[in-house]
Design a protein around this ligand. Structure first.
Ligand SMILES: Nc1ncnc2c1ncn2[C@@H]1O[C@H](COP(=O)(O)OP(=O)(O)OP(=O)(O)O)[C@@H](O)[C@H]1O
Length: 256
């Protein structure tokens, strides 16, 4: 499924978060949403998945404007999404298997046996087949992220939204998750939109992306994180991707 965003403006009440956002994400592309803390990355994801309505502009899926469509069409579009949100923790009272079965109950017509088979298949894919009967409290942070990814993948989404997938993980678990994300793209051909602060992850997986600026409240760069690291001229983008010190603001002239 192709995602196309045009002239998007996001507000909370009177407060402008970002404006003039425009980009396309083709199937099989991993697209990064970058920017400093509080610039509106998670808010953008919520606009893309239909949780927040844009103040202006369009979010189109395969040419259909999400917010102009009727509710039945929107629901059909949403069924093609898989989501791994920061706050979208696993249900603590359910085993990993039950957690992964849940979206299959909601979004597919598979019977109980087929659901379990599919859930075991995706758990095996993320390396958690032996832990299907465990509760989230009994596994590590990295394993929880992988279980969350399994749940997001269970119903074979065409578009996968990942909010800070590797936040809080050690470098080895983080690298493992990056490899999984690349494998997901390889196996499913899904488009993946990912919010991340983790530079190694961004450089390893993303093919394209957008950089949102918290000060000017609009995008200031567009391209793959690797290319932007080499070519971006904007000091904020360079500071973020190259860990350079931002340019010092001009100092007022001092008079003795
Ligand atoms: N429901 C809300 N109501 C009002 N303001 C909000 C709401 N959610 C977020 N904000 C504000 O919108 C701005 C953007 O928040 P958002 O969480 O999207 O930033 P972010 O780029 O994802 O930040 P971080 O990298 O720290 O997670 C912030 O100033 C935040 O305080």
């Amino acid at each position: 499924m192709r995602l196309c965003v045009r002239d998007l403006e996001m507000r909370f009440g009177d407060r402008l978060i970002q404006r003039d956002i425009a980009f396309d994400v083709q199937p099989g592309t991993i697209f990064a949403v970058m920017g400093g803390s509080g610039c509106g990355k998670s808010t953008l994801l919520k606009h893309l998945v239909g949780l927040l309505r844009p103040a202006a502009g369009r979010v189109e899926y395969d040419g259909t404007d999400y917010w102009s469509a009727d509710e039945a069409t929107r629901a059909t579009i949403r069924r093609r999404f898989g989501m791994l949100f920061q706050s979208g923790a696993l249900w603590s009272s359910m085993t990993l298997l039950e957690n992964v079965c849940l979206p299959l109950e909601q979004h597919t017509r598979l019977d109980a046996k087929q659901r379990e088979a599919r859930a075991r298949e995706v758990l095996a894919w993320v390396g958690l087949e032996r832990f299907a009967g465990y509760y989230p409290s009994d596994i590590s942070g990295g394993m929880k992220k992988r279980a969350g990814l399994a749940r997001a993948l269970a119903a074979e989404p065409q578009l996968l939204f990942l909010d800070e997938p590797s936040a809080g993980l050690d470098p080895i678990s983080s690298k493992r998750l990056d490899d999984l994300i690349l494998e997901v793209r390889e196996r499913t051909g899904a488009a993946i939109v990912m919010v991340s602060h983790e530079l190694p992850s961004l450089f390893a997986v993303a093919d394209d992306g957008i950089f949102l600026d918290a000060d000017s409240r609009h995008p200031i760069a567009h391209g793959s994180p690797r290319a932007l690291r080499e070519q971006a001229t904007h000091p904020t983008v360079r500071a973020f991707l190259r860990r350079e010190e931002p340019a010092a603001p001009p100092q007022p002239a001092t008079t003795p």
